[in-house]
Design a protein around this ligand. Structure first.
Ligand code: AMP
Length: 111
């Protein structure tokens, strides 16, 4: 099922894109929770970490590498990568995404 992120991938909806390759896209979160808040998503529609198949392992690893690239591009030495899997964990857009957060001190544990 297509989501709002599918529309961003297809350029039907504008986004502040900071990285793109054949498998991944990264763009700024519309409602940032930190000075840097970028979402890293696969171009292929995958619901969340909970729905990954064994064949998705290389793609999942690639997305984490993109998170590292984005953090470096944003000049972040310390940063957080977080993903919510399921509504009960706070997921609101059901297309896999990693939040890359940084630019301020980040508390732990999250709420
Ligand atoms: P989650 O709650 O983990 O599913 O995260 C979804 C994130 O997508 C939230 O942080 C939203 O602010 C963000 N978001 C929703 N719509 C857009 C959009 N059109 N462009 C950029 N970020 C968005």
């Amino acid at each position: 099922m297509s989501t709002i992120f599918g529309k961003i991938i297809r350029r039907e909806l504008p986004a502040d894109i900071v990285y793109e390759d054949d498998r991944a896209l990264a763009f700024r979160d519309i409602n940032p929770a930190a000075p840097t808040h970028v979402l890293v998503i696969p171009k292929r529609e995958i619901t969340n970490v909970g729905s990954l198949d064994p064949e998705d392992a290389a793609l999942a690893g690639h997305l984490l590498w993109v998170c590292q690239q984005v953090a470096a591009q944003e000049g972040l030495e310390d940063f957080r990568v977080v993903t919510n899997s399921g509504a009960g964990a706070g997921q609101s857009v059901f297309h896999l995404h990693f939040h890359v957060l940084g630019g301020r001190r980040l508390a732990w544990p999250p709420g």
